[in-house]
Design a protein. Sequence first.
Length: 236
Amino acid sequence: MNLDVHFLNNVCSQREHGDGAALANDRTTGSTTDGDAEITLGLLNAVEENSTVTQRSMAHDLGIALGLANAYLKRCVRKGLIKISQVPPNRYAYYLTPKGFSEKSRLTSEYLSSSFTFFRRARGQCGDMFEYCAARGWTRIALAGSGELAEIATLCAAEHGVSLIGIIDPHARTESVAGLPIHSELETLPDVDAVIVTDLRAPQAVFDALSQEMPADKVLAPPLLRISRQDSEVPA
């Protein structure tokens, strides 16, 4: 199951520049099934977490055959989501491209929105975030994102001794969610102790932007959003 690194990276480059000739046999066009999306998301997450991950460990963690993991990995390279470099001796390193990071965020959003376990996981993890804040005396909490996750967060905030003071979402189409006012900017919310990311459309981008506006350790996110952050001691 060896991958030709130079060939695959060339194919990746051709796809990015619109050369479809080398991809004439690519059967990935069209909409992906839920199973396809879940496997692809699993591979992208595995590569992001460990660039030297092996195909065998990917297959084991995803519960699929080694040959299938190899096929999906090649597909990700052809689509410009992953690039590969050879690391002596006889090893490969995998890296997400900017397009790969974008696709990971999109697939994460779609998977979470459709998952039947979403509500249970979201409620539990939001509760953990609120408990974390309460333990540090952070009682005035804002949410960033006005979708389903924000609505779930409002259901359990009162149980943990914190107060939700508003929601930050410049793209919201309503003025409030669950009685909380929606603000377009963080600076219009007074005395915010911490912000919890609840955006499902582009959680990483929202997290990164907020981390530039306030101390990064006070920008939190439920683990289900798969936020990448440098400070591993802070929940994300």
